[in-house]
Ligand binder design. Structure first.
Ligand SMILES: [Zn+2]
Length: 173
């Protein structure tokens, strides 16, 4: 295969894949030549099998020159999908992908909910930890604090108030 360096519209010196398969002369102005290089006959044969060469040419003529590359890629993709899946073609792939998207979206939503629950659990744990730290550090109970009373009662000469009462009872008269 040799590139045609004459600067004409046909980039290949040898006949394009389309003309080779259609057994026709590949002229300088062959509309299919830029898109169907001779080294990739499968690309044209698939598109031709599904759409027919005349429809490919008709479609190309209705598309601006700068969009023809994309149009051919799309037709070849659709043709390959139709060969793989004669009933649904591209629609089958689209449905499959949409199904996959909705499955992944529900998986994502479940993962996000789990993440949120874990974040809340973590926040609860952190607040509990900081609460126990502050209550240990600020362990200077005030009068209103019930713990203060309790400590006071326990700390009089290291005796319980009940014991104090007993001692008072046993005090010699
Ligand atoms: Zn050609």
């Amino acid at each position: 295969m040799q590139m045609n360096r004459s600067g004409s519209g046909k980039p290949w010196a040898s006949p394009c894949a389309a003309c080779k398969i259609l057994r026709r002369r590949c002229g300088e102005k062959c509309i299919l030549a830029p898109y169907f290089p001779p080294n990739n006959p499968h690309k044209f044969s698939t598109a031709h099998h599904v759409f027919g060469a005349s429809n490919i040419v008709k479609m190309l003529k209705g598309v601006p020159t700068d969009r023809r590359d994309d149009a051919i890629s799309s037709m070849v993709y659709e043709a390959n999908a139709r060969v793989r899946d004669p009933i649904y073609g591209c629609a089958g792939t689209i449905c499959q992908l949409q199904h996959q998207i909705s499955e992944l979206q529900s998986q994502l939503a479940a993962a996000q909910a789990e993440l949120l629950a874990l974040h809340m659990h973590q926040a609860n744990l952190l607040s509990l930890i900081s609460l126990s730290h502050t209550s240990k550090e600020d362990a200077q109970p005030t009068e209103s604090d019930p713990q203060y009373k309790e400590n006071k009662e326990y700390n009089i000469d290291g005796l319980f108030s009940d014991e104090m009462e007993c001692l008072m009872l046993w005090e010699p008269r």
